[in-house]
Every structure is written in structure tokens, then in C-alpha cells.
Design a protein around this ligand. Structure first.
Ligand SMILES: NC(=O)C1=CN([C@@H]2O[C@H](COP(=O)(O)OP(=O)(O)OC[C@H]3O[C@@H](n4cnc5c(N)ncnc54)[C@H](O)[C@@H]3O)[C@@H](O)[C@H]2O)C=CC1
Ligand SMILES: O=C1O[C@H](COP(=O)(O)O)[C@@H](O)[C@H](O)[C@H]1O
Length: 259
């Protein structure tokens, strides 16, 4: 086992699609403390805390002796109602950042989303989904959420900015495209453009845990022929080297996100 950090990494939302992709790729490279409100279905390979991300005491205890936090837990539905994103996503992220501060944890990696910038697509689709279109978002643009879920992700990025500027926390927000079993669908141009393969996802999170940076907002997609998110910042600041491309995906379920 290659442990690149002396202390464990707290992974919230560990049982979901993204969490499983991370563990599938770099599960052996760190000591993990998994955190999810749903109990594991099988015997977990790592320490597992069953609790809700809005439970401040539980989150503080879980963060007490870790070296970094990868924060995925939240309501991932683009159509999620305000009550849910306010509680699970916005206040959940503040709870995680407060816990990091209280425990002296230096680094938080946050699962942001393409939906934080969804309205940049509005006037440009479907052209921007095509490989001959050179429009790119690079992470320096202001958020333009496409829904309340996207608002909650933009709020998470802003919370991270505040905790960085006010308290010196190292923070990376990864605007994840789409990591879903069965993706990228061949006939869905947008899905092709924003595909993130599980192994590229694990590698990108590894870079977020290992690289030297202060505050970053990067896009989390594979090196797809179709793309409207720039990978430049993830490559330059974090050393991201994606290996997959939706145009070359052959339907391999392992690459696409599992069964
Ligand atoms: N899968 C994707 O394509 C994308 C995912 N994301 C973000 O990545 C993160 C993970 O998403 P997925 O793995 O796809 O979702 P998922 O629904 O597969 O997994 C989310 C996990 O978080 C847990 N969870 C949810 N609310 C919780 C709470 N209040 N307390 C504790 N645990 C809670 C769930 O039990 C679940 O295991 C989310 O924040 C989502 O918004 C962002 C962009 C794209
Ligand atoms: O943030 C997210 O984005 C993905 C992709 O969005 P979609 O509009 O193409 O479905 C979504 O599948 C995922 O649930 C969500 O968390």
C-alpha cells in the first residue's frame, strides 16, 4: 500500500457513484474513513461512519484526526428542491468546512457540478457540444447555475473560497461533468461532452489530494473529443492527466461506472 498521507482521508458520500469510483481507483493508496448516511451493504474494506452530513457532532468526530476531506455527500439531483439542497448541500458543506477548521484539517476537496454553470449552455447549444466548436469554460467564469441544485454547488464553491481566504484552508472544487453507469450514451451529445470516466475521476481526486495549490475550481471531465470545459487548469495546477475519451468508449461497463 502506498500511503501518501500519514493521516486518514475522510470521504463523505462514500457509497455513491463518485465515491465508489474513487475507491475503485485509489482505494489502496490512502487510509480512508468512509462516511455516508446509508449503512454499507457489504463488509466495508475501510473504517465506516454511518451518519448524516448535517449532524455537526458526527461530522466533527469523523474529521477529528484526518489529514484531508473529500466531500461528496449531498443531494445530487438536478431537480432537487430548495429545502433539500439548502440542508444537505449548502449547510452540509458549511458543516464539513467548520469541522475541518475545528480539527485543523488543511485540505478539503469538494464535488461541485456542471450544473453550477448550466446556463452558459443556454444560448450556445447544441453547437457547443460538438467537437468543432471551440467555446470553453475554464473555471474563472462566474457561476450561472441552471437550477437550485446548481445554486447549491456554486454556494459550496463560495464557502470554500471564504474558508480559504479567512482561515487558510486549501480547497479544490471539481465541477464534475457526468459519472454515471452506462454513460456516455452514444446518442446524447451533451453527455458525451461532459463524461468523466471512473478511472479519470479517481486520478483527478488523487491529484486534488496530492498537488500543491491554494484554492482551485477545475472541471472534472475526461479528455473527450467533444468538450466545452477546458482541462487546462486541472492539468496545470493539479497535474491531471486524463486517459479516457467518450469518443473512444466501447461500452465497457467497468469504465463507464459499473453495473
Ligand atoms: N455523478 C455525477 O455525474 C455527478 C456528481 N456530482 C456530485 O458528486 C457528489 C456525489 O454524487 P454521486 O456519487 O453521483 O451521488 P450518489 O447519490 O450516487 O451518492 C451520494 C451519496 O451521498 C450520500 N448522502 C446523500 N446525502 C447525505 C447526507 N445528508 N448525509 C450523509 N450522506 C449523504 C448518499 O447516501 C449516497 O451514498 C454529489 O455531491 C453530487 O452533487 C456532481 C456532478 C456530477
Ligand atoms: O451534477 C450532476 O450532474 C450529472 C449530469 O447532469 P445531467 O443533466 O446530464 O443529468 C447528473 O447525472 C448527476 O446526478 C448530478 O449530480
Amino acid at each position: 500500500m502506498t500511503t501518501r498521507m500519514d493521516e486518514p482521508v475522510l470521504l463523505t458520500g462514500a457509497s455513491g457513484r463518485v465515491g465508489q469510483a474513487i475507491l475503485g481507483g485509489i482505494g489502496d493508496d490512502y487510509t480512508w474513513r468512509l462516511f455516508d448516511r446509508e449503512p454499507p451493504t457489504d463488509d466495508p474494506d475501510h473504517e465506516f461512519v454511518v451518519a448524516d452530513i448535517t449532524d455537526e457532532t458526527a461530522v466533527r468526530e469523523a474529521a477529528s484526526d484526518v489529514g484531508a476531506i473529500v466531500h461528496l455527500a449531498g443531494d445530487p439531483r438536478p431537480e432537487a428542491p430548495w429545502e433539500s439542497v439548502l440542508r444537505n448541500n449548502i449547510d452540509g458543506t458549511r458543516t464539513v468546512l467548520d469541522a475541518a477548521l475545528a480539527a485543523g484539517v488543511d485540505r478539503v476537496v469538494f464535488a461541485s457540478s456542471n450544473h453550477a454553470v448550466g446556463h452558459y449552455e443556454t444560448d450556445r447549444k447544441p453547437d457547443l457540444y460538438r467537437s468543432d466548436d471551440d467555446f470553453r469554460l475554464d473555471g474563472t467564469e462566474r457561476p450561472r447555475p441552471g437550477n437550485l441544485y446548481g445554486v447549491s454547488k456554486a454556494a459550496g464553491e463560495t464557502l470554500g473560497r471564504y474558508y480559504h481566504d479567512e482561515h487558510g484552508l486549501t480547497f479544490a472544487a471539481v465541477r464534475i461533468g457526468n459519472l454515471t453507469a452506462g454513460h456516455p450514451p452514444i446518442d446524447y451529445e451533451r453527455g458525451q461532452a461532459m463524461w468523466l470516466s471512473p478511472r479519470d475521476c479517481a486520478h483527478l481526486i488523487d491529484r486534488c489530494l496530492s498537488a500543491d495549490y491554494d484554492y482551485e475550481v477545475v472541471y472534472g471531465i475526461s479528455d473527450n473529443d467533444r468538450k466545452y470545459y477546458s482541462l487546462a487548469r486541472a492539468k496545470d495546477a493539479l497535474g491531471y492527466e486524463p486517459r479516457d475519451n467518450s469518443a473512444e468508449w466501447d461500452g465497457d461497463e467497468k469504465l463507464s461506472g459499473g453495473s
